[in-house]
Design a binder for this molecule. Structure first.
Ligand SMILES: Nc1ncnc2c1ncn2[C@@H]1O[C@H](COP(=O)(O)OP(=O)(O)O)[C@@H](O)[C@H]1O
Ligand SMILES: [Mg+2]
Length: 457
């Protein structure tokens, strides 16, 4: 007897999707753990494990505005209690997406732009989710009807009703994966910058709505081609998204793409009862976003191998990306020359503590990157020699104070910042007036050393 097919229909205002869920390709399920708040925002979360498999669904009723292919994430839980808790958690996560997308002006599962791809969560037995005849929906618009056609389930899906009830589905419009490649040519691929505009606005909208995504990395950014054939980047995967206030204690994140101060918080949280402030969560998103953008501009492997390379040392302090001056140095060697000076300066901001400022706008940063990429950084004909280095000196001061906690570190950081800046200046001016800079460095180092002694730390 042929196996039953798993077909269900989502009916929204003005659109219908009749989805045939395809049997997942053979693969080991991925075991994923979730910290689910017991009661709303209870500080002690419940731990739920689920086995996750991925598949796709074909839309059998593609309307002119329809979305032909859908992505389906299937979660299998060990007990009904776990499934109920996970359902509550996943629905809350997708409500975050909905709030952010709505703030962007988008509200339809068939029509981008989205900051984050909309997701509908379904109970695997298609029961008990209806409230007063209407289905709660997370797709951005009300789903009026959601029904399954066959009476049985396919054998690959669930052996019986009880197993189906312990299964959850996250269904979303299919977007294209990006092939993150390395780039060997020198110039940044600035054509990609515009594709980040909507994503940046979506991120700002999320933050204004008190939500942080927390897991922005290349694997969680996809591409969507909109009606006029232009490509935009969008976020997926809201499993780690979190409400920013009250400050949470248990943010989830991928260590490789995480912001230095968040890693430090997480490391210290093991010993102290520390809550993560909003600014650090915003910065986590902006830092991840910057690394994704740089992966598109300069290459995935360059970002991994240079900015994110893990040296020895404490978490959150040992990578080039954890220090503004070291990150700037990497940018300088990846995109050398005056042509990219302005672009480098704006890119560098993403590695300073500025990004912890709640008001730092990601969309504004992308707009400034676009402007900077279009403006070659040649010095104007009337540049005054003395003023030419004012900004360098200011940079050294700023970097020296960044992340510095003790007097000794202040001197060390100041020295490192001065050396890094001197190298930048050397390359820029081809050793034109190194004496001025050397004097400035000596002067600052002396002042810092003096300050440290006086501070007595
Ligand atoms: N809407 C979607 N369209 C296309 N592919 C998707 C979609 N959502 C997820 N994926 C793919 O599935 C992978 C895992 O999904 P994700 O939601 O990121 O789960 P995980 O928590 O396992 O990272 C993604 O890296 C991406 O390749
Ligand atoms: Mg993911």
């Amino acid at each position: 007897m042929p196996d039953t097919e798993l077909v269900f229909t989502l009916i929204g205002p003005g659109w219908t999707a009749r989805l045939l869920v395809e049997e997942p390709p053979p693969a080991e399920p991925k075991r994923v753990g979730f910290a689910v708040p017991a009661v709303d925002d209870d500080p002690a979360p419940l731990h739920v494990d689920a086995d996750v498999v991925f598949t796709t669904a074909r839309n059998l009723q593609v309307e002119p505005r329809g979305w032909p292919r859908w992505h389906v994430k299937i979660y299998r839980c060990a007990t009904q209690g776990d499934a109920d808790n996970l359902l509550r958690f996943l629905i809350r996560q997708t409500e975050f997406v909905q709030r952010a997308n709505r703030a962007l002006g988008a509200g339809n599962p068939m029509r981008p732009p989205w900051g984050v791809v909309p997701v509908q969560i379904l109970r695997g037995d298609w029961l008990s989710q209806a409230v007063g005849g209407a289905y709660p929906t997370q797709l951005g618009e009300e789903v009026r009807e959601m029904k399954r056609t066959a009476a049985r389930f396919p054998s690959w899906y669930a052996p019986d009703m009880l197993a189906a009830a312990r299964t959850l589905l996250a269904v979303s419009p299919y977007v294209d994966e990006i092939e993150w490649v390395d780039r060997y040519h020198e110039d940044p691929v600035t054509e990609h910058l515009r594709r980040f505009t909507g994503l940046a606005a979506g991120l700002d909208a999320m933050h204004r709505n008190d939500i942080a995504h927390c897991d922005i990395k290349p694997a969680n950014v996809c591409r969507v081609t909109v009606a006029d054939d232009s490509t935009a980047y969008v976020l997926i995967d809201v499993d780690a998204a979190i409400r920013v206030t009250p400050p949470p204690r248990f943010p989830r994140f991928t260590p490789t793409y995480s912001y230095g101060n968040l890693r430090r918080f997480a490391a210290e949280a093991r010993h102290h009862d520390r809550k993560v402030p909003a600014g650090v969560l915003y910065a986590q998103d902006r830092f991840g976003f910057a690394l994704v953008l740089l992966s598109a501009l300069g290459g995935y492997h360059w970002v991994r191998g240079s900015l994110l390379y893990e040296g020895s040392g404490p978490p959150g302090r040992n990578r080039n990306a954890d220090s503004h001056h070291l990150a700037v140095r990497e940018l300088e060697s990846r995109f050398p020359g005056e042509r990219w000076e302005r672009l480098r300066a704006v890119l560098g901001e993403a590695f300073s503590q500025q990004i912890e400022d709640p008001e730092w706008p990601t969309a504004g940063w992308v707009a400034r990157l676009i402007a900077a990429a279009e403006t070659p950084g040649e010095p104007g004909p009337h540049t005054d020699r003395g003023q030419e280095y004012t900004e360098d000196v200011r940079q050294v001061w700023r970097r020296a104070r960044e992340h510095t906690q003790t007097g000794v570190e202040l001197v060390e950081d100041g020295y490192r910042a001065a050396v890094a800046q001197a190298q930048i200046v050397a390359r820029r001016t081809a050793r034109r007036i190194m004496t001025t800079v050397a004097l400035a460095i000596t002067g600052i180092t002396v002042v810092l050393a003096f300050g440290a002694v006086v501070l007595g730390k």
